[in-house]
Design a protein around this ligand. Structure first.
Ligand code: SF4
Length: 416
């Protein structure tokens, strides 16, 4: 085992139901139902665990669940957000592929906690090849009696369905996801109200990321307090990271929050950078996360440390970038492709974002053609951001401006 490797979720990986059960799979669900553990107690355990969402925003999961009205007569939904569309992010795919039963068990427990009789996996269009596999897994879980009517002879019944996305990045935003499930355009909603009180078709709904839900059976098994001892106080548990870019060994790795630095991730997991490349920096949490320079890579990988540096763990995509000696100019291409992505995926609902992302792309063109200095570009983007920030229904436009500004500022010497 590598120095920094810490397996918590990966220890539960199993793509065969009998093997999963043999390894203790579904024992958390069994324990809840046979010991009559109440939904409130489960929510309390998840709160104690300090689990934060692994999709991007990092909101406390137990707290999110506690906002759902307890009234049992009101219909509720749980949605597993498997619309993993942030460039560089492929860690949820690992769970869908290698740990579907762990995810399903997490979904059943989460649904029990919030009182949902039906839950959905919102699967991104590009993962359609996983549809049959997931449907088969759901069927197998039902055959074993862990899904369906009166699970394990308890009063709790549950069904899981799969909803296919249509290929829009913005539908990874939870309210755009809900709109698309209702058959409407995938536009983010203005908030409040939040989905916990007004979600799918107006019913209270919890939307949780794949990795977040995969943590739930583990928390029930070990107890919230014990789970909270892993990692550090405000970043508990582990994190699956999707490592890519100029490292020698790309892949999905699991790290303990707060115990591993970005440099260790590159060297220990990625086996260092490829021959002939100069390591310049890292995008630490998907392209919505502002980059860090080489000098900033001794930073611990956790929610708080990255936030202090003005960036985030985001979607867990660690993209390592640099250049070959004779190709320094190609650095701008990285930023161009990020902004190109944002301008293409802006849903167009808010004018500042719709127009602003195109304007930022235009500024980069001007830098590339030497019509303006990098420094002028930074000022122009910063001024644009003041007209985007806080004026849009979701953070996409603002992320585009922040990432572009940080990139140009931090790597001005290389880019000019
Ligand atoms: S900020 Fe952009 S992506 Fe988000 S809702 Fe507005 S237009 Fe759509």
């Amino acid at each position: 085992m590598k120095k920094s490797e810490f397996l918590l979720i990966k220890k539960k990986y199993s793509d065969n139901i009998d093997d999963y059960i043999e390894k203790g799979g579904f024992s958390s669900l069994r324990k809840i139902l046979s010991d009559h553990i109440s939904p409130e107690e489960i929510i309390e355990e998840v709160k104690k665990s300090g689990l934060r969402g692994r999709g991007g925003a990092g909101f406390y999961t137990g707290l999110k669940w506690s906002f759902v009205p307890r009234d049992r007569s009101i219909k509720k939904f749980l949605i597993c957000n498997a619309d993993e569309g942030e460039p560089g992010t492929f860690k949820d795919r690992d769970i869908l592929l290698y740990a579907p039963y762990l995810l399903i068990e997490g979904m059943i427990i989460a649904s029990y906690a919030i009182g949902a009789e039906v839950s959905y996996i919102y699967l991104r269009k590009e993962y359609k090849w996983l549809l049959n596999r997931l449907e088969k897994a759901i069927g197998e879980v039902q055959e074993k009696g862990f899904l369906g009517e009166k699970i394990l002879k308890s009063d709790f019944s549950h069904r899981i369905k799969i909803f296919m996305g249509a290929g829009a990045y913005i539908c990874g935003e939870e309210t755009a996801l809900l709109e698309s499930m209702e058959g409407k355009k995938g536009f983010p909603r203005l908030k409040p109200p939040y989905p916990a009180t007004f979600g799918l078709f107006g019913y209270p709904t919890v939307v949780n990321n794949v990795e977040t839900l995969a943590n739930i059976p583990i928390i029930v098994e070990m107890g919230g307090e014990n789970y909270a001892k892993i990692g550090i106080p405000k970043s508990t548990g582990t994190r699956l990271i999707a490592l890519s870019g100029i490292v020698k060994k790309k892949g999905v790795y699991e790290v303990e929050h707060g115990k591993v630095t970005l440099k260790e991730i590159i060297n220990d997991f990625g086996n260092g950078v490829k021959e002939g490349y100069h390591l310049l920096g890292v995008i630490p949490g998907g392209v919505s996360a502002p980059p860090l320079t080489y000098d900033e890579l001794d930073i611990s990988y956790d929610f708080e440390s990255l936030a202090e540096k003005g960036t985030m763990t985001g979607s867990g995509a660690v993209i390592v970038f640099g250049y070959k000696e004779d190709k320094k100019g190609e650095l701008l291409k990285i930023l161009e492709s990020i902004v190109h992505f944002f301008k293409d995926e802006s849903c167009g609902k808010c004018t500042p974002c719709r127009e602003g992302t195109w304007a930022i792309y235009g500024i980069l063109e001007k830098i590339k053609n030497k019509e303006i200095l990098v420094r002028d570009g930074v000022e122009m983007i910063s001024s644009l951001n003041s007209k985007i920030k806080g004026l849009c229904a979701c953070p996409l436009g603002e992320s585009c401006a922040l990432v572009s500004e940080a990139f140009l500022k931090k790597f001005e010497d290389i880019l000019k």
